[in-house]
Design a protein around this ligand. Sequence first.
Ligand code: SAM
Length: 326
Amino acid sequence: MRCASTGFLSDEYRPIGENRFRGFRQGADKTRHREVKMNGLLTDPYGTVQVLDRYGIRAKKKFGQNFLIDGSVVDAAIEASGITKDDCVLEIGPGIGTMTQHLSMAAGKVVAVEIDTSLARVLEDTLDGYTNVTVLFQDILKTDLRAVASDYNGGRPLKCVANLPYYITTPILLELLQEKGCFESITVMVQKEVAERIYAQAGEHSYGALSLAVQYYCSPEVIRSVPPHCFIPRPAVDSTVLCLRAYKEPPVQADEKFMFALIRASFNQRRKTLANAVSHGFSFEGRTISREEVEKALQKLSLSPDVRGEKLSLSAFAALSALLKE
Ligand code: SAM
């Protein structure tokens, strides 16, 4: 494993806080952890508890830390992602390295982005010998994903596999989706309710802007559900593994930015009719849209002037946005 705190070009481990990492960097207290082989597979409760105890790690709620302890979940995610030795994988939040070890064995290269620098010491040991893994200690939401693809995979698309931190699932997914061409597939563990929002169809309760964004960029597949006892600590919610496979071409023709501005405005105030919500909330490059304009466009599409956003499919939004953009 190689570590890097900032930047993508350097292979060298550069500590964020010199004092904090000096010991780690010089291997000062590493011998203490060498009594037991720490790079054995972690996908069982005992291995995980042992690692957490040994390093005095407490799962941090603020970083959404729930560590996986079920090997069958990791296997299912990796199988769904179709990773081979030709692939470079981005893992978001390696935690103590449980999934990272398996990804390292399946893929050609693994780049893991972790915000919690206090996990550096444990990762150095659990990923000892996993030579195709690089850990970048930084916030995934501030990470230049194109630079990762360029620096680690010659600009070719990455595959993303992750047990996502649930407190920022939607912003992470939107970042990944909007970096078009950067990802071939995104296989992620998410909260069950978020999974439902992702694959919901028009007219269903959970349908919204996230469903439309996912449907525009990729085809979602539910891989399996995951109960709370597959993690330490147990989350308060059920989880689902999803695989999102990127389309080469989007399923509808549209001015993407304009259409998503329209979608956001339509769902910002869910209780309002679409005409009302858009006339109050739409703004794109200085352009606003009046209620009359929306109603006229809806009429051309044989839709009721009182229709709400949740009734419109992706192709209906594409058609509406083409009319309104004229
Ligand atoms: N992959 C590990 C596993 O399955 O056991 C840990 C998954 S845990 C649900 C989420 C991980 O994401 C944690 O390691 C957490 O520190 C990390 N994380 C949280 N916010 C992050 C962010 N903004 N950028 C990068 N990593 C983040």
